[in-house]
Write a protein that binds this ligand. Structure first.
Ligand SMILES: O=C(O)c1ccccc1NCC(=O)[C@H](O)[C@H](O)COP(=O)(O)O
Length: 270
C-alpha cells in the first residue's frame, strides 16, 4: 500500500501548490512529518458498507437535510478555542440533537485531535468520518484502524492523486468524502467517482468564508450527496444551506462554542 503515497511526502506542498507558512501548509507539513515517523501497517481489504452515506440519505429524506456534527478542540487559524469541551458530553448532545453523522478530528498537532477520539465516538452510534489530512497509505491505515466509516480526502491537497486515494479508501472499507475548495477541482472528484462531495466555504489562503453555490455541483454530480462545509454560525445557516440545495452540512466551531449544542441542532431542524 506504500504505492498509494504521494511520490515524496516532502514534495506534497509543491504538488498542492501550497505555501508552508499558510494554515493548510502548516498542517500538511506537520502531518507529512508524523507519517514519516509512523511504522506503516498493512491496509486490509474490507467491504464498504456505506453506512455514512446511508445515514445522510436517511436524514435528508426524513428531515430535509443531514447534519455532520464535528468534534474539534482547536484549529490552526483559531488556536485552542474549545480545549476544555468534554468529549462525551458533546457527543451525547450531537446524538440527542439529531446529528446524522459525526466528524472527528484525528490530527494531533494543530487541531488537538486523535485517533482515540475517532475510535471513542463509536460509543454514540452515529457513523464517523476520520477528519484528517490524508496524504499516504499510513493515513488510510490509521483511518481504518480507528473504525471510522468514512474518510476525508482533500482535492486541494491530493489533486491528480485524488482518484487513486479514493479507490484505495473504498478497498479499505472507507467511504471517501471528496472535499473541494473551488469548482476548478470538480474534475478530481469526477475522476474519483465521488458520491460524497463536500465544498468548503473557507478559502484556505485568506480564511474568508464564502457562499458556495450548490447548483454547479448538482449539474456535475446529479446523484451525489452534496455537503456544505465551514463557517455556519447559526441554526438558520443550516436551514439556508438545505434550501439552497445542499443535502447535508458539516459544522464544527459553532457547535463546539455553543452552550447548548443539542438545542442548536434541534433549532436547525425546527
Ligand atoms: O480551520 C482551520 O484553521 C483550518 C486550517 C487548515 C485546514 C483546515 C482548516 N479547517 C478545517 C475545516 O474547514 C473545518 O474543520 C470544517 O469544515 C468545519 O468548519 P467550521 O464549522 O467552520 O468549524
Amino acid at each position: 500500500m506504500r504505492d498509494f503515497d504521494l511520490p515524496e511526502l516532502e514534495q506534497v506542498l509543491a504538488i498542492a501548490g501550497l505555501d508552508g507558512s499558510t494554515h493548510l501548509g502548516r498542517v500538511v507539513l506537520s502531518e507529512a512529518q508524523r507519517m514519516k515517523e509512523t511504522e506503516p501497517a498493512a491496509l486490509e481489504a474490507r467491504p464498504c458498507a456505506g453506512r455514512f452515506a446511508a445515514a445522510l440519505q436517511d436524514a435528508k429524506q426524513r428531515r430535509g437535510g443531514a447534519v455532520i456534527a464535528e468534534f474539534k478542540r482547536a484549529s490552526p487559524s483559531l488556536g485552542a478555542f474549545a480545549a476544555d469541551r468534554d468529549f462525551d458530553t458533546q457527543l451525547r448532545a450531537y446524538q440527542a440533537g439529531g446529528a446524522a453523522c459525526v466528524s472527528v478530528l484525528a490530527e494531533p498537532a494543530l487541531f488537538q485531535g486523535s485517533v482515540e477520539d475517532v475510535r471513542a465516538a463509536a460509543r454514540y452510534g452515529m457513523p464517523r468520518i476520520y477528519k484528517g489530512f490524508v496524504m499516504g497509505a499510513a493515513h488510510l491505515q490509521e483511518a481504518q484502524a480507528s473504525g471510522a466509516e468514512a474518510v476525508l480526502l482533500i482535492a486541494r491537497v491530493l489533486k491528480g492523486y485524488t482518484a487513486q486515494f479514493a479507490a484505495a479508501a473504498r478497498q479499505a472499507g472507507l467511504e471517501p468524502l471528496i472535499e473541494l475548495h473551488d469548482l476548478g477541482e470538480i474534475a478530481f472528484a469526477r475522476d474519483a467517482g465521488a458520491q460524497l462531495i463536500g465544498i468548503n466555504a473557507r478559502d484556505l489562503a485568506s480564511f474568508a468564508i464564502g457562499s458556495p453555490d450548490a447548483s454547479p455541483l448538482r449539474d456535475a454530480f446529479p446523484d451525489a450527496l452534496l455537503i456544505r462545509e465551514s463557517g455556519l454560525r447559526e441554526p438558520q445557516d443550516i436551514k439556508d444551506a438545505f434550501a439552497q440545495g445542499f443535502d447535508a452540512v458539516l459544522i464544527g466551531e459553532a457547535l463546539m462554542r455553543s452552550d447548548n449544542p443539542r438545542a442548536f441542532l434541534e433549532a436547525a431542524y425546527a
